[in-house]
Ligand binder design. Structure first.
Ligand code: 5GP
Length: 210
């Protein structure tokens, strides 16, 4: 049983380009919320800082962390490795801090399977349409067309994991999406009613994959 003082684990996953990073940063501004900073073997993008956006590392050091059993979860995403170190997460949760995870579906599944003592709420973010997704990916600092195409292809596969999440939220307008997530966290925590509409999510997903 989780004690009252423990924080909640909040996972946000999405296909790349659904606008998750901005949302995660907004959520982290809430009182008692903090972001779990992942390790990755990916090279930093412009404006990314080690220790703030990620802990950028090489494959050897990443493998050492795997072998030492330091990761709560880790996965290969788009040819790079990403992982969450358990200790800082546990320390924060034990202090009553809510921890937000910006991780992919593989990591979300691993954390779910671990059945830790902490409350876990999982969100899957979707773009309003494939067109919006394409534009978001193209406008990023990585102007590499090959990467955009690769991520669009990956989208069709990633989207299918929506069923394994507690809630699916469509990131059309940032403010609405943020408010919806906050409301869902509150209603889930307090076991009160919410406006979550699974039917409309199902029809949105079928549009996205048609
Ligand atoms: P990006 O390279 O664009 O920052 O992230 C690519 C993908 O890796 C995103 O879907 C992001 O959520 C995911 N990701 C980032 N950190 C982690 C992590 O620690 N574990 C897992 N499983 N996925 C991560």
């Amino acid at each position: 049983m989780s004690s009252i003082k423990d924080g909640t684990m909040i996972i946000l996953s999405s296909p790349s380009g659904a606008g998750k990073t901005t949302l995660v940063k907004l959520l982290a501004e809430k009182k008692n919320y903090q972001i779990s900073i992942s390790h990755t073997t990916r090279k930093p993008r412009e404006n990314e800082t080690s220790g703030k956006d990620y802990f950028f590392t090489n494959e050897k050091d990443f493998n050492d962390l795997i072998n030492k059993g330091e990761f709560l979860e880790h996965a290969k995403v788009f040819n790079n490795f990403y992982g969450t170190i358990l200790k800082p997460v546990k320390d924060s949760l034990d202090k009553g801090q809510n921890v937000i995870f910006d991780i992919d579906w593989q990591g979300a599944q691993q954390i779910k399977n671990k059945s830790l003592k902490y409350k876990l709420i999982t969100f899957f973010l979707l773009p309003p349409s494939k067109e919006v997704l394409f534009n978001r990916l193209s406008n990023r600092d990585m102007k590499d067309k090959v990467i955009v195409e690769e991520r669009m292809k990956q989208f069709n596969k990633d989207v299918l994991h929506w069923k394994n999440y507690d809630y699916v939220v469509i990131n059309d307008k940032l403010e609405n999406c943020f408010n919806e997530i906050c409301d869902l966290i509150e209603s889930d925590t307090n076991k009160t009613k919410n406006n979550y509409n699974l039917k409309s999510i199902e029809s949105h997903v079928s549009q996205l994959i048609s």
